[in-house]
Ligand binder design. Sequence first.
Ligand code: ADP
Length: 440
Amino acid sequence: MNHSYPWLRSIARVISFLAACTLLGFYINELTLILLIGVFGLLGWHYWRLYRLNHWLWHSKKISPPTARGIWSHIYQGIYGANLKSRNKRKALGEIIRRFRQGSEALPDAAIIVDGCGDITWCNRLARIELGLSWPDDMGKKVYECINDKQFVSFYHANSFAQPIEIISPINPNKVLELRVVPYEDEQLMVLFRDVTRLTQIEKMRKDFVANVSHELKTPLTVINGYLEMLPLNGDVPEPMMVKAISEMRTQSLRMQSLIEELLVLSRIEASTERAFEKLVNVPQLLWQIQIEAEALNRDRKHKLFFDISPILYVYGNENELRSAFSNLIFNGIHYTPNGGVIEVKWGLEGKQVKFSVKDNGEGIASEHIKRLTERFYRVDKARSRTTGGSGLGLSIVKHVLSHHNSVLNIESKLGKGSTFSCCFSPEQTYIVEKPIGTL
Ligand code: ADP
């Protein structure tokens, strides 16, 4: 667009117009009148143009300017050009805001922008979901009134934002949110909330785990220490006392050993990166071996043990892990069933799936305990479980093994009637052999 205007030509035009008026004035001998008419005509024409400009600026919906000539055409084009420029700028600005909004909506955290007076000026979608803010109703409200958490309110007023804090979600008491305040220019604050429920759970599990392991190891160590302190360093020890001390210390050290072995098994399974489905496991053979061990364990308990094992069903998996899981379930049946009970172990097809189950008619488990049984160190009756030598890790191992084999542990139990522990393997994971290898 040409920005310079031919002023000289325009002035020349006005001068020529006035010269023509002067000539005409001389000619008809009315110079003053004709000049006045000419000047007022010129003025009127410009006023008319000003009126059109004003109308276009304030009342017309048209963006393009009305047609005009001379200086007015130049002015219209100038205004129109400036208008277009600012429209484009506004468009670009709108695009930047839209992108910023999209970016902040994609944030994995809930975000709120607060001004120097504590008023909410903006929040993203997650803030509405996680903190229960409603938009635009909460715009301009005080942030500490909308998130009415005692800890947050005092943190906000303390005005010291170096460290994040953790608060309970205002809309879900089971959620923990980490809150971080980032001040930026013009006293604006960005308040970010991150869901750290899982992290706090893991941290709690870690603390519980350390406390549990220490507790489990402390008890046998205390017993061993107690006996060691009772035994004189030199001099004779009465034989009955010696026998009791040695036997008790042996039991306790075996307990510690088995606890540590189970912990190692558990951590090995958890850390295992081995693909479970590469090797075919001869499960019938494995269960017959466990049957021999179970019968030895059952010698004093006098349970009736029934093993119903299909010899043709193999599974793709890890033999040691499966041995550990199946033996844990079978030995638990023996341990937690009063003497003379009935324990049935089955390995066979159920529909298209292959099912392993251990059914006992023991004491059963109350429903409130069932969902917690696979937690580490969880025992229904701690005192009783210790006398059986249980560490509370067995079912935790079973759960991990089964999850490594894409299966889950099902527990059905009725107090006083008995329990059934079972798991299934999908047809893709199993293999039906034509000629079974080996029998009991
Ligand atoms: P433990 O080493 O103490 O046996 P487990 O993880 O194997 O630990 O079992 C957890 C708890 O589940 C046991 O302490 C026991 O209270 C309960 N439990 C396991 N199996 C049975 C069962 N067949 N009948 C009754 N209770 C059982």
